[in-house]
Design a protein around this ligand. Structure first.
Ligand SMILES: [Fe+2]
Length: 296
């Protein structure tokens, strides 16, 4: 059973820009680069949560999901293989590089690499944000949520629920778009998907939740002071009630920087909404690419 989103890996031609963006704008704790020159960031006691690898194009390199033990990964093995996929165990060195005890990986039918990991290394008391701020809300809810753009919405919906075991949180239909949201813990969603055009693959945003509304406002101000594009104004979502802004990262991938998302439990009943936001989230930069499209 997947417990939370543990870590994320990106590739981008813009690693150098990410170093300052991650620490000075987002407040992540940048640590020494990885062996391949990847910028690496912490957001809590976990040794590392975000890798930004050098690459020729902007891409999601891998999504790391936390399970409690290797036996839990093996419980998923038969259903993953029944879906026609190959589950591969990472070497000890590769697991050490991700700062976990071990992981298995596979490529899903939509083209995304998932890593099913256990035993994430933590170093309590050693997280220092890159700028003064209250810290990130993680713990049992994991590092945040990721919104993927999938080539086939219904194939993706079936795969993420039936094979990976995510629970549906709700759906939003807004202006002809349909967005589907999934949870695996008390966070309203750890994964969401949309299909802006059949056949297209990409990612819209990574959400990081902070412990204070002030941190959202300070990040918003700092973007304007540093000429970092803010793609959506501060607003409040209908479904998870997150008060957030969307910052344009050097990967084109937006960073939803939010506060105050609701917590849900096993009794949660999926809802439908006809709009994404109660207020705010106005598009500020329609001139910028609307999402990170992979392969373009
Ligand atoms: Fe979001």
């Amino acid at each position: 059973m997947i417990r939370s989103m543990a870590y994320l890996g990106l590739t981008t031609p813009n690693v150098a820009e990410w170093r300052g963006f991650g620490s000075d704008i987002l407040g992540l704790h940048r640590i020494d680069d990885g062996a391949d020159g990847a910028a690496r960031f912490r957001m809590d006691d976990a040794d590392c949560r975000l890798w930004v690898h050098p690459g020729e194009q902007n891409d999601i390199a891998y999504i790391g999901w936390a399970l409690s033990a290797e036996s839990e990964v093996l419980d998923l093995k038969s259903v993953i293989e029944a879906a026609g996929l190959v589950l591969t165990k990472a070497s000890t060195d590769d697991a050490a590089a991700r700062r976990v005890a071990g992981y298995y990986w596979f490529i899903d039918p939509l083209g995304f690499r998932h890593e099913l990991a256990w035993g994430q290394f933590v170093s309590p008391g050693t997280f220092f944000p890159g700028r003064p701020m209250s810290g990130f809300k993680t713990g049992d809810q994991g590092m945040g949520h990721i919104v993927l753009l999938v080539p086939d919405l219904h194939a993706a919906d079936r795969f993420y629920r039936d094979v990976m075991g995510f629970n549906q949180s709700d759906r939003i239909t807004d202006g002809g778009r349909e967005l589907l949201f999934y949870h695996c813990n008390g966070r309203h969603h750890s994964l969401a998907i949309g299909c802006p055009a059949p056949g297209l693959r990409g990612a819209h945003h990574l959400m990081l939740e902070v412990n204070s509304l002030d941190d959202v406002g300070i990040a918003f101000d700092r973007c304007f002071e540093r000429d970092v594009p803010v793609s959506k104004s501060i607003g409040c979502h209908t479904n998870d009630r997150m008060v957030s802004t969307y910052i344009f990262s050097p990967s084109v991938l937006r960073i939803e920087y939010g506060f105050g998302g609701i917590a849900i439990d096993d009794l949660w009943e999926p809802k439908s909404y006809s709009r994404t936001s109660i207020w705010g989230h106005k598009e500020l930069r329609p001139d910028l690419p609307p999402a990170m499209i992979i392969g373009n």
